[in-house]
Write a new protein. Structure first.
Length: 378
């Protein structure tokens, strides 16, 4: 089901004066919608979509809907888990920098990382792109990023929509939305209900800003006159635009490996994707009532991009902690008896793992950040 859908604006046929006839008339293309460009994009992305194929895919692109066979994917009594998200104003940095090959990865990451925290394996993904005027080359770069993200997550890109909407979006502007579906066997759903006082909290290193806080990032860049094409102040080997657009890390395969440790029910008791709201807002989403996460900010290094934003923008430490991931993209809460196996599984799957804290009871706040000033000055 991958196709280009022109917007539904009514086009009025030109009428000749005095009831005469005319061979000239209004066209969709003259109104700003190029169906041929949409078809060219579909042709260009067919190999990209095909490259994400996996067991369970039961349809080809081009139809009205994508089919997926859960039985062929190996499930017996599954629950479906769905997530949808976008990339936010990070797209405005991509547009300003003229770099479109990475935000598709962000789009997939924001959805599939939300699936795996519930124990679900992402199965398939669909995307929606809306633009004022379709640029086939930029569109192909976007879909290439989405396909790359799907391969990193092990899910199939089985459909999508490209809408050209002149008047709604200015030329050169676009928006992205994604939708992912995963599955988990009914008895393996991860809800966080098993988390206990004394559990270990691991932090998985982020790849950078991921996809949150970009309204503040853009304001700092604009207020201080930085150019996205110039070397990044925190990394002179990379243009600022490219550095800020470092794609969101996809934690699916490593978290699934960790979930397989420790027998039944497993060594992992909870996962929290650290998105908007940072550690302060996201870890409490999986904690049972009465428990708190005590996090030591000295236990991992603050990546240079965050230190630069804090210093350049004069952003207060607590504001940093509730706006950005500050170097931790996923929190993993583990049974202390299985913590070594969980850490080994995560490290073996390619993650940089920090032991950042513990779960405790009797605290007033759901998240207690200790050594915050000392830990984030370095």
């Amino acid at each position: 089901m991958y196709h280009s859908a022109p917007e539904e604006e009514a086009i009025t046929q030109k009428r000749p004066k005095n009831g005469g006839t005319t061979s000239s008339g209004a066209s969709y293309k003259e109104a700003g919608v190029d169906i041929d460009a949409g078809n060219a994009l579909v042709d260009a992305i067919k190999p990209l979509v095909k490259s994400t194929d996996r067991p369970g895919v039961a349809s080809e692109i081009g139809g009205f809907g994508g089919l997926f066979d859960l039985k062929a994917a190996g499930y017996t009594d599954p629950l479906l888990v769905a997530a949808t998200d976008g990339v936010g104003t990070k797209l405005m940095v991509a547009e300003a920098a003229g770099i479109h090959d990475s935000v598709g990865i962000d789009l997939v990451a924001m959805c599939v990382n939300d699936l795996v925290v519930q124990g679900a394996e992402p199965l398939f993904f669909l995307d929606y792109m809306a633009t004022g005027k379709l640029d086939v080359d930029a569109g192909r770069d976007l879909i290439a990023g989405i396909a790359d993200g799907c391969k990193q997550a092990g899910c199939a890109l089985i459909g999508g929509e490209t809408a050209e909407m002149p008047g709604m979006y200015e030329p050169g502007r676009y928006d992205l939305a994604g939708f992912a579906v995963g599955a988990v066997e009914r008895d393996r759903v991860l809800s966080g209900s098993g988390i206990q006082s004394g559990d270990v909290i691991f932090g998985l290193a982020s790849s950078g800003l991921h996809s949150n806080g970009f309204s503040l990032v853009r304001r700092i860049v604009e207020d201080h006159g930085f150019n996205y094409a110039n070397p990044a102040p925190f990394d002179d080997t990379t243009p600022l635009g490219r550095a800020l657009l470092e794609p969101t890390r996809i934690y699916v395969k490593s978290c699934l490996a960790a979930l397989a440790t420790g027998g039944d029910p497993g060594g992992v008791r909870g996962l929290a994707h650290i998105t908007g709201g940072g550690l302060l807002e996201n870890i409490p989403r999986v904690l049972p009532a009465g428990l708190s996460a005590v996090i030591d900010a000295n236990s991992w290094p603050l990546p240079p991009v965050f230190a630069w934003l804090a210093q350049t923008g004069g952003v207060e430490t607590l504001e940093m902690a509730r706006t950005f991931n500050c170097g931790i993209g996923m929190a993993v809460i583990a049974d202390p008896d299985s913590a070594g196996d969980v850490e080994a599984a995560l490290t073996g799957a390619g993650e940089t793992v920090y032991r950042i804290g513990t779960v405790t009871s009797g605290k007033d706040d759901a998240v207690v950040l200790e050594n915050l000033e000392d830990g984030w000055r370095s």
